[in-house]
Design a protein around this ligand. Structure first.
Ligand code: SF4
Length: 126
């Protein structure tokens, strides 16, 4: 990787996600994290938290892959907010909207959350 950075990129980490993906070991998610966090590019890195939380809230609809989710999120979130939204979704997924058991009783998004509406309806019907 160091050789490629020195040889092809003039010893500078590229800010373009497509260029970053040319580096060995750098996939789409990692490239988007670097582009977003370091260079504030309007891209969204979709990890397991971002994928799950976006689907539960309803920010993505029927996204089957991280790339589908990424496309929907980048279309619907204002570009200048994307790098922040990435962190919001990750942290929300890590601490509140947990994979196995979301802590909906501690969540401030119940009014807008698609998943919460479905479990509320089920609870009211039972
Ligand atoms: S209400 Fe529940 S499912 Fe919806 S975002 Fe909050 S924790 Fe996640």
């Amino acid at each position: 990787m160091a050789r490629m950075l020195a040889g092809e990129f003039g010893s500078k980490v590229p800010s373009d996600p497509l260029m970053l993906q040319k580096l060995p070991g750098v996939g789409r998610k990692t490239a988007n994290v670097i582009a977003s966090v370091i260079f504030r590019k309007p891209v969204m890195a979709v990890d397991t938290h971002v994928f799950r939380v976006s689907a539960r809230i309803g920010l993505t609809i029927n996204a089957k892959t991280p790339v589908h989710a990424e496309n929907q999120l980048t279309r619907n979130i204002p570009p200048e907010m994307l790098h922040k939204a990435h962190h919001w979704l990750i942290l929300h997924g890590r601490y509140i909207c947990k994979a196995r058991k979301p802590l909906c009783d501690q969540c401030g998004l119940t009014q807008i959350c698609k998943y919460y509406k479905t479990i509320s309806v089920k609870y009211l019907k039972s």
